[in-house]
Design a protein around this ligand. Structure first.
Ligand code: HEM
Length: 393
């Protein structure tokens, strides 16, 4: 069987191929597209921890990133420690559990503001009108993106990850969207440099960070651009997928939906299970810094290796009855947010958004009908989920 992460079959339902990979080809090699793929839970976990061997420095997409791009827009997600650690320390202060918990009233008020007119109308496209809007507003407020520009920034982020089924090339539109987003953040940073405000961009411009050669230094313009692009992308795409995926899963599992509607304390567990069942970020790309032999197969130094988070989260070696959506399931090591040095910085925030969104939705509307026949899935690299989910309240 061929595993082609750009195929229609994969975009629509990657799970049959994941099962084959885990059982028959745990070190899968796709010669044509030039990658290996690990699909078992334990292999993905160990590779995520071993950043010295499984490096992020050539990017985390399916193919190697252009070195000029990595240089021009340095993002910590595409670096290894210790270079990555210095940047991570700096920004992690904005995402501590306490900082995120303090955001809850604002997140809730925003949820209600977006949801109420939709519920009143009686139907909506849950992804386009809610799931894509909520994280965009939250992350734009944090970064300091003015209201008038938010839809544009989200569109750039969407287009930059979109791929044509059957074609591994990065489409011209995606390249253009990345370029436009970078130009935008460069200009916004220049404005904040002149007139700082109370937002993350102004903080990044002003902050002093430890220099590699001792003493302190400011972030470079390129580092600021890298941060803004990473947080804008990471904060938008994945949460949108989580909310859409969870809605469809709650629709498909009416027993679970009834229970969480009656007892909102079950919502965090249900969101966690949605993250395991359909992780929004399905693939973490790495490149090997040495030869690795695994399950009797050699992956040579320099190889591209895909860590298939989506497959690992359904591995029967880790989870009992992995194909069952079970909101009471214990998930000792959640892989949906990655693991190790690059473990998602936005995980607390993403969980908060997921919990609050469904608390507010189910309180207003414990019963809803999803039109799965008219739902559409995204055709994106690395992330999976819905572009459109019509729902009747
Ligand atoms: C459901 C929502 C989310 C999912 C599933 C998710 C998933 C992930 C995963 C799998 C990684 C690790 C990537 C790797 O190992 O190569 C990661 C890293 C990261 N995520 Fe998220 N993410 C989510 C939401 C967010 C949000 C809301 C933000 C920001 C506001 C964010 C910011 C980041 C950043 C900055 C990193 C890089 C950390 C580093 O390199 O040290 N994510 N995310």
């Amino acid at each position: 069987m061929e595993f082609d992460p750009y195929s229609h079959e994969y975009f629509n339902d990657p799970y049959p191929i994941y099962e084959y990979l885990r059982d028959e080809a745990p070190v899968y090699h796709n010669e044509k597209l030039g990658f290996y793929a690990l699909s078992r839970f334990e292999d993905v976990l160990q590779a995520s921890i071993d950043y010295n061997t499984y490096s992020s420095a050539r990017g985390i997409l399916i193919q190697d990133m252009d070195p000029d791009y990595l240089e021009a827009v340095p993002m910590m997600i595409m670096m290894d420690p210790p270079r990555q650690t210095r940047l991570r320390k700096l920004i992690s202060k904005a995402f501590t559990p306490r900082k995120v918990a303090a955001m809850e009233p604002d997140v809730r008020a925003l949820c209600v503001r977006i949801l109420e007119p939709l519920v009143e109308r009686g139907s909506c496209d849950f992804v386009k009108e809610f799931a894509a809007v909520l994280p965009m507003e939250i992350i734009s407020t944090m970064l300091g993106v003015p209201e008038a520009d938010r839809v544009q920034v989200r569109d750039w982020s969407d287009v930059s990850l979109t791929r044509e089924p059957g074609n591994p090339e990065i489409p011209k539109d995606s390249m253009r969207a990345m370029g436009d987003m970078h130009a935008y953040f460069r200009e916004l940073a220049a404005q904040r440099r002149k007139r700082p405000r109370d937002d993350m961009l102004s903080f990044l411009i002003q902050v002093e960070v430890p220099a590699e050669e001792g003493g302190t230094t400011k972030l470079t313009d390129r580092e600021i651009l890298g941060f803004a692009s990473l947080v804008a992308g990471g904060g938008n795409e994945t949460v949108t997928k989580l909310l859409g995926n969870a809605l469809v899963l709650f629709h498909r599992n009416p027993g679970s939906r009834k229970r969480i509607a009656e007892d909102p304390r079950l919502i965090p567990g249900a969101v966690e299970e949605a993250l395991r069942y359909w992780p929004p970020s399905q693939i973490q790309g790495r490149s090997l810094t040495r030869d690795v032999e695994l399950h009797g197969r050699l992956m040579p130094c320099g190889s591209r290796v895909l860590l298939l988070t989506g497959a690992a989260c359904r591995d029967g070696r880790e989870y009992e009855n992995p194909g069952r959506f079970d909101i009471d399931r214990e998930i000792p090591i959640p892989l949906a947010f990655g693991h190790g040095a690059h473990k998602c910085l936005g995980a607390f925030l993403a969980r908060l958004e997921g919990r609050v969104a469904f608390e507010e939705l189910l309180e207003r509307c414990p019963d809803f009908e999803v039109d799965e026949g008219n739902s559409e899935r995204v055709h994106m690299t690395n992330v999976a989920g819905y572009a459109s989910v019509p729902v009747t309240f």
